[in-house]
Write a protein that binds this ligand. Structure first.
Ligand SMILES: [Zn+2]
Length: 295
């Protein structure tokens, strides 16, 4: 209120984020305190919405994984003893716990020594461009378990556009030359590109009704939302004697068409279809494997 940056109504998170789409929050020109407020506020809401979605809690939910890219990260996450910011709390939380809720963090800075060491060490993979300042080089060393002295020597002699990649994104440390602004993402736990492919424009209610018809049972909205990111992981779908079978990721699931009976290797025969069974039905629907009658 004092800063005069908020209205009484917040924009819903689904108006700010869309799957497979980059949302840029341009904070340039705002003073540091306002930038910190806005960053802390938005990141807290994004994180909460993912936690609520994954744990099926009250409050706004967001059903798709989110990658947070924090440019000039030293402004928002400086070491605690240097300066305290509002954003550091939520940034640390995302850095340490975000992965399990599908919130991924990319921290970008030219001054790694000015980033809180806990945040830096939570960044599993690093792309290191040329650094000359000794404290920056030390900070990067302190945060990486993979960086060895030999690679370390390279950091200060890299050319413009060259970098060293270490961490789980690469099986071996790599020295790379960057192309011009072409990015391709491969996620670690969730395949992000796939999770986003089934886009948010589908009418969830219509989709839900069609799945219910296929399975012959009511499905919950929460399970439908949980099923969405799984649809592109469904394989080996077949229909034999009115039984739909397939693998959802590594999980085997089957359902008797329109019969209200199903089973899942992981969830068993729950009282309502689990996300695996729903994803299986959705995949059959998407690939047009069903006769007109069941559709
Ligand atoms: Zn299941």
């Amino acid at each position: 209120d004092r800063l005069g940056i908020y209205t009484y109504w917040s924009l819903p998170i689904t108006k700010i984020l869309r799957p497979g789409t980059v949302t840029i929050l341009n904070l340039a020109g705002l003073n540091d305190e306002v930038q910190d407020h806005v960053t802390s506020h938005i990141l807290t809401r994004v994180f909460k919405a993912r936690v609520s979605y994954m744990r099926n809690l009250e409050g706004p939910k967001y059903p798709f994984p989110v990658v947070v890219i924090l440019e000039e990260a030293h402004r928002f996450a400086p070491p605690k003893h240097v300066r305290s910011t509002l954003s550091l709390g939520v940034i640390s939380r995302i850095a340490s716990e975000g992965r399990k809720f599908g919130v991924y963090l990319v921290v970008i800075t030219q001054r790694p020594s000015k980033i809180d060491p806990d945040v830096l060490s939570q960044c599993n993979s690093q792309i290191i461009l040329r650094l000359v300042n000794q404290s920056d080089i030390s900070a990067v060393f302190g945060a990486s378990e993979v960086l060895n002295a030999e690679l370390g020597k390279l950091i200060s002699i890299l050319d413009v556009g060259e970098g060293i990649v270490v961490g789980p994104v690469t099986p071996l440390p790599l020295v790379i030359r960057l192309r011009d602004r072409v990015l391709e993402y491969g996620g670690a736990d969730i395949d992000l590109a796939d999770a986003w492919k089934f886009n948010a424009d589908i009418d969830i209610n219509e989709f839900k009704e069609r799945v219910e018809k296929i399975l012959g049972a009511k499905v919950s909205q929460a399970n439908v939302l949980n099923a969405l990111p799984l649809i592109n992981t469904v394989n080996d779908v077949e229909i034999d004697m009115k039984v739909l079978r397939g693998r959802v990721g590594n999980v085997y699931a089957e359902a008797r068409l329109g019969d209200g009976s199903w089973s899942c290797e992981v969830c068993g025969s729950t009282h309502e279809p689990c996300p695996h069974v729903i994803a299986l039905a959705a995949k059959a629907l998407k690939d047009n494997l069903l006769s007109e009658k069941v559709k």
